[in-house]
Design a protein around this ligand. Structure first.
Ligand SMILES: Nc1nc2c(c(=O)[nH]1)N[C@H]1C(S)=C(S)[C@@H](COP(=O)(O)O)O[C@H]1N2
Ligand SMILES: [Mo]
Length: 262
């Protein structure tokens, strides 16, 4: 039998209790360090200033910077005249899907309906559907997408928002950052960034499948904005306004993304 070498110190065995204590110490220490860092990060975010303006204001600035980065990408993508894919008329659905119609499902008094446009001077234009129909008509067949997960190729016709703006002399208004639209009873309302509103495929539509829009789909005039999800495509427009502050938005108030771009 070999005698133990005097020069090699016997390795000190840790007892089970010591092992547990040491592990607890390490994990608690790690937890404390990470926890402090996380709390610090959260504090920093929480106490950071809240953005007032900007496309998606009212969020803490560091968060918003990240969101704005991706948003800016898409805004540039669309404002550089990138067009949404279009289809031949023959591919458009004959039976058009219908979704919620908040503010657009009561009886429509077509004769008294007017599109109100609030100018920045305070003046309010009252525009008839015939005045709108007299403007150049654009047809659009595209894939309409609802955030609930369905999509459908649909055919809409109306005046490009940009043509409407030009005709009614709203040059000063479109220098602002946002457009707000709401139903005549103000029950449903959307806010749109100006770039998307002025996109060449954004139309104030009065026709669906070459016929006047039926009431369930937004008669007499609805917004068709193919760079956005369905939620922004307001049915039965009553009022249009312009501002540098984000207009209120029905679904954004329920927690949906304000921008709701595709
Ligand atoms: N006034 C009004 N417009 C609205 C809505 C609404 O509830 N009220 N719903 C939106 C949603 S979520 C979608 S998907 C589309 C559906 O349009 P459709 O019923 O013609 O398919 O309208 C949008 N516009
Ligand atoms: Mo939707």
């Amino acid at each position: 039998m070999n005698k133990p070498d005097k020069n090699i110190k016997p390795k000190k065995e840790l007892t089970i209790d010591q092992k547990i204590n040491r592990r607890n110490f390490i994990s608690f220490g790690t937890f404390a360090v990470l926890g402090t860092a996380a709390y610090g990060g959260w504090r920093k975010l929480y106490t950071s200033p809240i953005e007032k303006l900007g496309i998606t204001g009212e969020a803490h600035k560091p968060l918003r910077r990240a969101l704005n980065k991706s948003e800016l990408f898409f805004r540039n993508f669309f404002s550089n005249n990138h067009l949404v894919k279009t289809y031949p008329k023959s591919m458009a659905a004959k039976v058009v899907r219908k979704n919620t119609s908040i503010g657009a499902d009561s009886r429509l008094d077509a004769a008294s309906w007017r599109l109100q446009v609030k100018k920045i001077t305070g003046e309010v234009l009252n525009i008839t559907i015939d005045e709108i129909k007299a403007l150049p008509k654009t047809d659009l067949v595209f894939d309409f997408k609802c955030v609930e997960g369905w999509d459908q190729i649909q055919h809409w016709g109306g005046v490009k928002f940009i043509d409407f703006v030009e005709h009614f002399g709203l040059e000063s208004e479109i220098k602002l950052d946002y457009v707000g639209m709401e139903t005549p009873d103000k029950a449903y309302y959307v806010g749109l960034d100006m770039d998307s509103a002025l996109h060449p495929q954004t139309i104030l539509a009065y026709e669906m499948n070459d016929a006047p829009i039926p009431v369930p789909h937004g008669a007499p005039l609805r917004l068709i904005i193919p760079v956005k999800y369905g939620i922004k495509n307001l049915k039965r427009i009553g009022m249009i306004s312009f501002s540098n502050r984000r207009p209120h938005d029905y679904w954004a108030e329920q927690g949906y993304d304000y921008y709701s771009g595709l």
